[in-house]
Design a protein around this ligand. Structure first.
Ligand code: MLT
Length: 207
């Protein structure tokens, strides 16, 4: 089957078991649509996998939105890209006949940041998200309605990229909208560890 464009280069792996849950896999800077497929399959076996490639290039490295410097985001671009990605999710759900209420993001670093941005700006897009090494992407213009939505934030105690107070602040912002948020600190830096995958697997088993 040829992959339709839907606005993003992407990979789609249908559920082998008829599961109604879809994992939206969002790679980090310099990654692509292939990066998280194996991890996604191991995190929630049976789920459909939808994995887009970020459209912004930084020195040839794909990202989901522009940044001006490390940790300094181009907020106009971030907003535009967030809505663009949310539209992709809606279009992909229609095209692949997926349940729109059962899409859960699994994002790492830049991918976690755009997932958090979607939860804050387009709260109806995601049922939840595993946000690995996420920062506060932006301040939403109003409190999003996140009742019934869930997030797991996995942060590194020794992460040199994510300021220490940001995961707590992101958790507060999501909770303010009514989301159920688990925040876990790993003995880790910015890179993922086996503990991240174990915790993400455990958390995702509720879906
Ligand atoms: C990254 O390297 O991707 C940053 O840590 C996060 C971001 O820029 O969104």
């Amino acid at each position: 089957m040829t992959t339709p464009d839907l606005g993003f280069i992407h990979r789609f792996v249908p559920s082998p078991s008829g599961s109604k849950t879809t994992l939206l896999l969002l790679h980090g800077t310099g990654g692509d649509e292939n990066d998280l497929l194996e991890i996604g399959e191991s995190l929630l076996p049976g789920a459909s996998l939808l994995s887009p490639r970020g459209k912004v290039l930084e020195g040839g490295m794909p990202r989901f939105f522009r940044r001006l410097a490390e940790g300094v985001f181009d907020l106009e671009d971030l907003k535009l890209r967030t809505h663009e990605l949310a539209k992709f999710v809606v279009d992909a759900c229609a095209h692949y006949k997926l349940d729109r209420d059962r899409v859960i993001a699994v994002g790492f670093s830049n991918g976690a940041n755009i997932a958090a941005s979607m939860m804050l700006l387009t709260p109806q897009t995601l049922r939840g998200g595993v946000l690995m090494r996420a920062m506060v992407p932006l301040e939403p213009p109003s409190t999003p309605d996140l009742k019934g939505r869930n997030a797991l934030i996995l942060s590194g105690e020794a992460d040199p990229i994510v300021p220490r107070d940001q995961p707590e602040q992101l958790a507060r912002m999501l909770r303010a909208g009514g989301a159920t948020v688990d925040l876990k600190w790993q003995r880790a830096g910015h890179g993922l560890t086996q503990e991240d995958l174990r915790d993400a697997h455990g958390w995702l088993s509720q879906f």
